[in-house]
Design a protein around this ligand. Structure first.
Ligand code: UT7
Length: 354
């Protein structure tokens, strides 16, 4: 039997040709990755500036004026994994995604509970996810954005459809609680997001931009744990707690935010005026204000929650995003820009359209 006569063959190729023309003119909209939900989890213990003032020589006034931070959360019994699992469950619930849907798990952290297995593998196990890949990313405070960028690339080029991205930190375990220049800044917590391929729910990630810079002057360092082997006992880590040159990091941070925002907007062909919200890494309100001034973007468009949670490194952006979306649902077409910087040195940004 003749499967396709001349007319049938002609019609078939005509449909293919029309489809090709539409996609060439409009861009191929079938290949997209969207950030469809967020979730977060914080430890129970609230540590306010007054309590820190009993531990090191500082004051609520100094911390508030120089950083904007009033309180942060610190773990007692919680862990990187327990916080991550809690945040992930909330993000999965909001997205209506089951463990069996997820085929990629990335955890951004500089404070994993174990070296092996990775935090991502343990989160996956606890959530009952049993397919696809899981691994950790260490890009310090830019870790969540690096993970989003990586997941998006993997989903566009490989066979992954639904990703769970988590930033989870217990920085209180690596902070030097006798050093007033660092211990006032950091907090613990976790934030998660579900990324989906070809979703119509909004949240398309239009572009990402990630970069690293050599930290020549060791502006932000936490050395490895002490290592002694039968073959070498000479490795003596000097900085087993977090050590930071605050002013250097401050200068880097302001430029990194400005450059990263500029770069991702250029990639997406958008302008700063079109952005509805900017969700920056929550490190210091003075860093955010300086970057806003340099970019000539009104400060009110930068979402800030650091006064409540401090700097939670790779968890800071997803925690802030989650708070923003809980209080204000993005409208169709809204552009949301996330931007971060951190140890490494690293920086990154992503532009999302709802
Ligand atoms: O995720 C990335 C992580 N890191 C950051 O984002 C940190 C970026 N840097 C910063 O946020 C700021 O540099 C800090 C908040 C860390 C410090 O603020 P600063 O305005 O740069 O202060 P400073 O280092 O210039 O210090 C000013 C003064 C010094 O005293 P003298 O030398 O002027 O007498 C410090 O010893 O403030 C003193 N100081 C403090 N005083 C009370 C430093 N820390 C404290 C403190 N309480 N906690």
């Amino acid at each position: 039997m003749e499967l396709l006569n001349w007319d049938g063959t002609f019609s078939f190729f005509l449909i293919i040709a029309i489809h090709y023309i539409i996609h060439t003119v409009n861009g191929d909209d079938s290949l997209k990755v969207s950030l469809i939900s967020t979730g977060s989890a914080l430890p129970e213990k609230v540590l306010d500036n007054t309590e820190i003032s009993t531990m090191v020589e500082t004051s609520d006034q100094w911390i508030t004026e120089r950083t904007g931070i009033k309180t942060r959360r610190v773990v007692t019994t919680e862990t990187t994994i327990s916080l991550a699992v809690e945040a992930s469950k909330r993000a999965m619930e909001k997205a209506g995604v089951a463990p069996s849907d997820i085929d990629l798990v990335i955890c951004a952290t500089i404070t994993p509970d174990t070296v092996v297995p990775s935090a991502a593998c343990r989160i996956r196990h606890e959530l009952g996810i049993d397919k696809g890949a899981a691994f950790d990313v260490n890009a310090a405070c830019s870790g969540f954005i690096y993970s989003v960028s990586l997941a998006r690339s993997l989903m566009l080029t490989e066979d992954y459809n639904t990703a769970l991205i988590v930033g989870s930190e217990v920085l209180s375990r690596i902070v030097d609680w006798t050093d007033r220049t660092t211990c006032i800044l950091f907090g613990d917590g976790a934030g998660a997001a579900i990324l989906k391929k070809d979703s119509d729910l909004g949240g398309e990630i239009l572009a990402t931009h990630i970069e690293s810079f050599n930290d020549i002057q060791n502006a932000l360092v936490c050395d490895n744990y002490p290592i002694e082997t039968p073959f070498y006992t000479g490795y003596k880590p000097e900085k087993t707690k977090l050590v930071m040159d605050g002013q250097q990091v401050f200068r880097f941070a302001v430029n990194a935010i400005v450059d990263s925002i500029t770069a991702v907007l250029k990639k997406a062909g958008k302008t700063a005026d079109e952005i509805k919200y900017i969700v920056p890494h929550q490190a210091n309100v003075r860093i955010i204000d300086s970057a806003a001034n340099k970019l000539k973007i009104d400060k009110s468009r930068f979402f800030v929650n650091l006064h409540k949670v401090g700097n939670t490194s790779s968890a800071s952006i997803p925690i802030a995003l989650d708070e923003l979306f809980d209080s204000e649902k993005p409208q169709k077409g809204d552009l949301v820009l996330i931007v971060g910087f951190g140890g490494g040195l690293t920086a990154g940004s992503a532009l999302i359209r709802y």
